[in-house]
Design a protein. Structure first.
Lengths: 113, 110
């Protein structure tokens, strides 16, 4: 089965630093998402992306966050100035035009010190 | 965000027993009702899903029951196995937005 690939698997950064989390969605998918999960708890929606623009974002996705699909294959999440509370597992997901099954990557564990 | 509530938060079942997890939602625009299974250190993976035109769907040991008027749907795991021990999330969706429930940690005792 095709996979969503996320890199790195772990990222440690200092508070106030910028981080970029990278994802390669499944090649024929059209809708892309970032979610985050703190310590195995609720999976929280951050942002959805379609046709090279944000289609929806949550309250969590403030001005410190941005997403980009720079080259038609990668999908990135940037956190401009990380805070301690940004520490979480970040999941990228994608789905096709039917928008039914969400395919998730294995996640990037972000630790902000 | 739209409210999606799951119950129970955690569940312990003996091997061979039935596990039942419930999901209640508010948004009547949802038109796709999936359950995701997540193992530690992994992303959620689709387990089973239903569209609102049917009230029940069965795939192997897993069954979804859907009650449109009550705005609820449930996951039944028959003959629960230790390998089913995981966290389960409902994630009703509509217009390409998926809202995950609060999660249920299932532990199946051998």
């Amino acid at each position: 089965e095709p996979e969503v690939t996320q890199t790195p698997s772990h990222q440690v950064t200092q508070m106030g630093q910028e981080v970029i989390l990278r994802c390669v969605p499944i090649s024929n998918h059209l809708y892309f998402y970032w979610y985050r999960q703190i310590l195995g708890q609720k999976v929280e929606f951050l942002v959805s992306f379609y046709n090279n623009e944000i289609s929806e974002k949550s309250e969590i996705f403030d001005d410190q966050f941005s997403v980009e699909r720079p080259d038609g294959s990668n999908f990135t999440l940037k956190i401009r100035s990380t805070k301690l509370e940004d520490s979480a597992m970040y999941f990228c997901a994608s789905t096709d035009h039917l928008a039914e099954k969400l395919f998730f990557g294995s996640g990037t564990q972000l630790s902000v010190l | 965000q739209q409210q999606v509530k799951q119950s129970p938060q955690s569940l312990i079942v003996q091997k061979g027993g039935i596990s039942i997890i419930n999901c209640a939602y508010e948004n009547t625009a949802f038109d796709y009702f999936p359950w995701y299974q997540q193992f530690p250190g992994k992303g959620p993976a689709l387990l089973i899903a239903i569209r609102p035109d049917v009230s029940e769907k069965k795939e192997g040991r897993f069954t979804i029951s859907f009650n449109k008027s009550a705005k609820q749907f449930s996951l039944h795991i028959m003959d629960s196995q230790p390998g089913d021990s995981a966290t389960y999330f409902c994630a009703p969706s509509g217009t390409y937005k998926y809202i995950f429930g609060t999660g249920t940690r299932l532990k199946v005792l051998a």
